[in-house]
Design a protein around this ligand. Structure first.
Ligand code: SAM
Length: 245
């Protein structure tokens, strides 16, 4: 997968992009990340990327011309000629909520261009060049850089070969619409707290059932909204019916 990120703060990316799974995915050639400075596409000596809002009001608005030029350049950077359109993502609190489902959708794409806004946001007319408007949550961040990192991280770890253990993404929260079960490691006893016996039983079927029950219980308690769309089996429905109210 290729990702082109358009930002006025390119210096925010190297650390996040070069460490851990994102760094490894790039070394393995599974992921290519290019970061572009939108200012390089601005005209004039001062390379201005923002201006006052028409109609007045506080703050500044990002100008359309440098952003359009940056998007058009990023589209030309694509190396892969495998099928599928390039997706141009605008990060905005007004966008479609970013979920595990959307990360899976993006992981199947060959090329993403991610646009990081600042100030009051980006001139609305740039929307004509965008395929997706994406929000990472119901709060307002200073800029689109952290949302872009969130989108790349959640997406890239789903690429085949990115994780050490292929099965681990499928065990994570949200994969089947449920929260993850609790995890334990050594020591068996820590500050008078014991690891649940079932995990030491060696009985794989009991462990599987216990974990599934914990997932269901946690999801019902913390995020009951998720249960409405979760992929539930007959056994799950029975477990839910038998859980204490
Ligand atoms: N005036 C905008 C509003 O109220 O929706 C907020 C602009 S915010 C200060 C600047 C930029 O940060 C946005 O253009 C967007 O790129 C990014 N941003 C902030 N919060 C975000 C969120 N929850 N999801 C995605 N992008 C966000």
């Amino acid at each position: 997968m290729e990702v082109d990120i358009l930002t006025i703060f390119p210096g925010m990316f190297p650390g996040v992009m070069s460490e851990s799974i994102l760094g490894r995915a790039q070394s393995k050639g599974i992921l290519t990340v290019r970061v572009h400075d939108i200012r390089d596409f601005a005209l004039g000596k001062h390379r201005i990327v923002d201006d006052y809002p028409f109609g007045g009001g506080p703050g500044m608005v990002m100008k359309p011309e440098p952003i359009a030029a940056a998007i058009e350049h990023a589209l030309l950077c694509r190396e892969s000629d495998a099928g599928g359109e390039s997706r141009v993502l605008l990060t905005t609190p007004a966008g479609r909520p970013f979920t595990q489902g959307l990360a899976r959708e993006y992981a199947a794409c060959e090329h993403l261009v991610i646009l990081c806004g600042h100030y009051e946001g980006i001139d609305e007319r740039v929307g004509t060049l965008v395929t997706d408007e994406v929000s990472v949550g119901d709060y307002v961040l200073t800029g689109g850089e952290i949302p872009a990192m969130v989108i790349v991280d959640a997406t890239a770890r789903l690429l085949p070969g990115a994780l050490g253990d292929e099965a681990s993404a499928a065990e994570d929260s949200f994969w089947e619409g449920l929260l993850d079960y609790p995890h334990y490691t050594r020591p068996r006893q820590w500050r008078s707290l014991e690891v649940p016996d079932v995990l030491i039983s060696g009985d794989h079927e009991r462990i599987r059932r216990w974990r599934r029950e914990q997932s269901l219980e946690r999801t019902r308690r913390r995020r009951p909204d998720l249960l409405e769309h979760a992929e539930l089996t007959e056994e799950d429905l029975k477990t839910l019916r038998n859980l204490a109210p």
